[in-house]
Design a protein around this ligand. Structure first.
Ligand code: PRP
Ligand code: URA
Length: 209
């Protein structure tokens, strides 16, 4: 089963509380999301492989560490996942970005695919799926299934909030995928929103409602 890591760093928790506040502006919400994504990137990339290289410092020859192994592809789920890209890419500037467009049907809560564009070498990369919200878990699972259908074998999921049922679904459908979240909220309301959650992430990022 994939590991579930709750990133409980005080800075992440403080910023998440600010995001939850309904009075937080769209501008601040976007900035906080980007900052949290960057902070969480440390944990998501903790096990990246390193190799030794020899370099000349101004003082001496040194054996130093450099990243080796697979390069990274970030895969934001449109729209809300877009708000996490810059925060992670600042720390991993060589990461390529693929996009998967999904929206939730408001009646069935099922996810509907409308767009996908991935880098040509995506199957050689470690992919990190980005979406702040895992409510039913349908969007995350659909995006991961799509990545697998094109041949991706190394997939991680980075979200801000998930509910236990969504985590169970991810573990059931994709037991090979590790999940990183900032918090686990207890449940969904009758409209499929995470409680207490932070509302509609896409609308708050883009000011559409
Ligand atoms: C939101 C969110 C996730 C999805 C989570 O997107 O960003 O993608 O809902 O819900 P789920 O776990 O039940 O699938 P939404 O469908 O509202 O689209 P948007 O980002 O374009 O607003
Ligand atoms: N999507 C959101 O943006 N918020 C929720 O609470 C659930 C799904």
């Amino acid at each position: 089963m994939g590991k579930v890591c709750v990133v409980d760093h005080p800075l992440v928790q403080h910023k998440l509380s600010m995001m939850r506040d309904k009075n937080t502006s769209s501008k601040d919400f976007r900035e906080l999301l980007e900052e949290i994504a960057g902070l969480m990137a440390y944990e998501v990339t903790r096990d990246l492989k390193l190799e030794d290289i020899e370099i000349e410092t101004p003082v001496a020859t040194a054996v130093a560490k450099t990243l080796s192994g697979r390069q990274i592809c970030l895969v934001p789920i449109l729209r809300a996942g877009l708000g996490m890209v810059n925060g992670v890419q600042k720390l991993v500037p060589a990461a390529k970005v693929g996009h998967i467009g999904l929206y939730r049907d408001p009646d069935t809560l099922g996810s509907v695919e409308y767009y996908a564009k991935l880098p040509e070498d995506v199957t050689e990369r470690s992919t990190i799926v980005l979406d702040p919200m895992m409510a039913t878990g349908g969007s995350a699972c659909t995006a991961i299934s799509y990545l697998k259908s094109v041949g991706c074998t190394s997939i991680r999921m980075l979200a801000l909030l998930a509910v236990p049922t969504a985590i169970e679904r991810l573990n059931r459908e994709h037991p090979d995928v590790d999940l990183f979240v900032a918090a686990i909220d207890p449940c969904l309301n009758d409209h499929g929103y995470i409680v207490p959650g932070l509302g509609d992430a896409g609308d708050r990022i883009f000011g559409t409602r």
